[in-house]
Design a protein around this ligand. Sequence first.
Ligand code: PEP
Ligand code: MG
Length: 327
Amino acid sequence: RRAAFAAMKGEPPVTKDGHRVTMMVNAGLRDDVAALDLTGADGIGLFRTEFQFLVSATLPQRERQQRLYRDVLDVAGDRPVVFRTVDIGGDKALPYLDHAEGHDEENPAMGWRALRLALGREGLMKAQARALIEAASGRTLNVMFPMVSEPWEFDEARALFEAQREWLRGRGKPLPTDIRYGAMLEVPALADVLDFLWPSLDFLSIGTNDLTQFLFAADRADPRLALRYDWLSPAILRFLRRVTKAAQEAGKPVAVCGEMGGRPLEAMALIALGIDRLSITPAAVGPVKAMLRSLDRGAAMAEIDRLLATPARTLRPALEDWAKTNG
Ligand code: PEP
Ligand code: MG
């Protein structure tokens, strides 16, 4: 099978009924970027910048960050890379950073992490903004913010980047040709105020790992809960359908970058809900592409709407059956 997936590398991710899906990979370290060539992916849809912080003994200085981002962009060439600003805290605590600022957190996943921490530590965020902007000189910089819970947080983060761009412009530094700003949708509250967000947002990326944890109030790291809440449950699928429709009506690109998109059956459900951008772990590109190329997207869309109209704990068995009888 592995050889068959490798042989498919040059084949485009197009469904049987001719719909082109954008297939990107998730990455975090310099070496991960080789996955672009190995998989033939369209780009990096999630570059987890906190990985450099996690593997460092001390806070990486701006120059070191910039060197990494520049190297990643050089390897990517004209393929887009979406850099996510640091998602520190929660399950990614840094020993050298007092991320909880003296507070013991009972619920780190819901605590002082990700964009909350970054906005509270402006020096850290400003250094990262400058590193990203300088690294992307002469090309488009795609940047997204993790765990946006309310639109004002996104607006503040964007304004911080814009201020750094102006600062660098004032010093005659070479700048990106364009900066595109995205938000990760991981906190359910954001879904109901997306209309406030659209005017200043360029793209949305759904992080289904955290989203699932927050939708079900179920710790993503607790193995006792892992089997209990299914990505193919009506609550998640309906939620994703609603967000996808809202984004499409607003004319904004929407991707899924959580692990859900890396499983063929789950990816099939996402495509059936109208998602056409996936960013997944490199090892999943072959299996997901094989699924896509045998999928009748139109028929899957009709089937998932039909299935979502009737009560079920999960759509998994029904979708498995459908997948078997439909290629
Ligand atoms: C997610 O939450 O789905 C996500 C992609 O971010 P991370 O797994 O890094 O929290
Ligand atoms: Mg997340």
